[in-house]
Design a protein around this ligand. Structure first.
Ligand SMILES: *[C@@H]1O[C@H](CO)[C@@H](O)[C@H](O)[C@H]1NC(C)=O
Ligand SMILES: *[C@@H]1O[C@H](CO)[C@@H](O)[C@H](O)[C@H]1NC(C)=O
Ligand SMILES: *[C@@H]1O[C@H](CO)[C@@H](O)[C@H](O)[C@H]1NC(C)=O
Ligand SMILES: *[C@@H]1O[C@H](CO)[C@@H](O)[C@H](O)[C@H]1NC(C)=O
Length: 369
């Protein structure tokens, strides 16, 4: 891709005397993907921070299915953002903290396993949301230097921003705040982050609601199974509030558009009817130990060295004690991308990505998006 566009630029500059500067212009329908959040989206940022193996997945058997090496993703293969990038015709989105020079024009991934919306969640071991936003601002600056203010602004306002956050806040809640107060803090801090992105031009946002936290193998092992309903109740509470928060933002921020995927429902359907979705086992993690594979020992580097590993991760809904398998992630990504209104609303991600493509013929719409 890079070679051919460079070649076309060269060709153009020979034949029509366009300045090389204009070769920085991206195709009119180019839509970048920026990613924030926690381990559901982390492609390996935590490989490069001072943390512990509890917050890392850069050892075997992580990554065994697709990448054939442990990239740092908390699964056997690809995660939701990897599939979304693929569906959108983008390459794998670069990992922000990975050393080396990055090209940011396709977007970048800031997500950090263990991170929450609150700085207190796993503080000192993860890149919290506020810091991820700080890094995003650095990227914005570098894009302006590379492309010029106008072109950078255009890229940022056409881009899609995906965020997965909140689970770690609820799982580590140790304050006396009521459920209501705590959810307000989580959503309040999420709102602050969204407004920062909006200020830099971001308009199109992709979210999932909260997963049924009490049904993670880790939580099931803690409570003795089948699911910890008390923990799941917190997720339900969050899910009742999230659409209201987003609709409020939509009223406040002109042009703010979002896609909200009901991952909670998708997971419940798969846990109660695994075979319908091609899973042989949705009770136990493919990789881990103890009841339900709920001891977080996958890879043997988190204190417990012994662990079980299944033969075929695609038979399992859960890869480790906290995280779905690549097969489950692919199913979620497909619904986020092109699902109908009963599972993703008010728009699916495909619609958000294509929004700008249609505006090529109606350039005035750009400002209204
Ligand atoms: C990394 O973290 C550990 C424990 O939190 C701390 O003792 C150590 O000084 C840190 N190292 C660096 C380079 O920051
Ligand atoms: C929560 O309340 C208990 C008892 O009322 C108190 O001992 C504790 O310090 C409080 N914890 C926090 C984080 O405020
Ligand atoms: C953000 O979280 C902090 C706790 O980390 C809390 O004190 C603050 O009120 C929250 N901000 C908003 C806007 O809710
Ligand atoms: C799931 O896998 C675990 C571990 O291999 C096994 O103990 C359990 O019986 C399996 N459950 C189903 C429904 O196959």
């Amino acid at each position: 891709m890079e070679i051919s566009s460079a070649f076309i630029c060269l060709l153009l500059s020979f034949t029509t005397f366009v300045t090389l500067g204009s070769c920085h212009n991206l195709p009119e329908n180019h839509v970048a993907l920026f990613i924030f959040g926690d381990s559901l989206f982390d492609p390996g940022n935590n490989n490069y921070i001072n943390t512990t193996t509890d917050f890392q997945a850069n050892f075997i058997p992580y990554g065994e299915t697709f990448f054939k090496y442990p990239t740092g993703r908390f699964s056997d293969g690809r995660l939701i953002p990897d599939f979304i990038a693929q569906f959108a015709g983008l390459p794998i989105i670069p990992t922000y903290l990975k050393p080396g020079k990055h090209k940011f024009t396709d977007g970048v991934n800031f997500a950090s396993g263990g991170a929450g919306a609150l700085v207190e969640s796993h503080q000192g071991f993860v890149v919290d949301l506020e810091t991820q936003i700080k890094y995003f601002k650095r990227v914005e600056k570098s894009l302006r230097q590379e492309l010029g203010d106008a072109e950078a602004k255009k890229l940022l306002s056409k881009a899609v921003y995906m965020i997965s956050v909140g689970g770690n806040d609820y799982l580590t809640k140790n304050s006396n705040a009521s459920q209501e107060e705590f959810a307000s803090m989580v959503l309040g801090n999420l709102t602050v982050a969204l407004k920062e992105i909006y200020k830099k031009g971001g308009r199109k946002f992709g979210f999932s609601n909260m997963i049924p936290l009490g049904c993670l193998p880790y939580m099931k092992a803690q409570s003795g199974g089948p699911c910890d309903d008390e923990v799941t109740a917190i997720a339900k509470f969050h899910n009742a509030r999230l659409p209201k928060t987003l609709d409020k933002l939509k009223k406040e921020l002109q042009g703010f558009k979002y896609s909200l995927y009901n991952i909670y429902q998708s997971i419940n359907e798969r846990l109660s009817n695994p075979s319908k979705y091609g899973f042989k086992n949705a009770t136990t993690a493919c990789c881990g130990s103890g009841p339900y594979g709920g001891i977080y020992s996958c890879g043997g580097k988190r204190g417990v060295t012994e662990y079980d590993l299944c033969d075929n991760p695609a038979d399992f809904f859960f890869f480790d004690s906290y995280h779905p398998s690549e097969k489950a992630y692919r199913q979620f990504a497909e619904m986020m991308w092109s699902g109908t209104n009963d599972i993703v609303r008010p728009y699916n991600l495909k619609t958000l990505f294509e929004d700008e493509a249609s505006s090529i013929h109606h350039p005035n719409i750009v400002n209204e998006l």
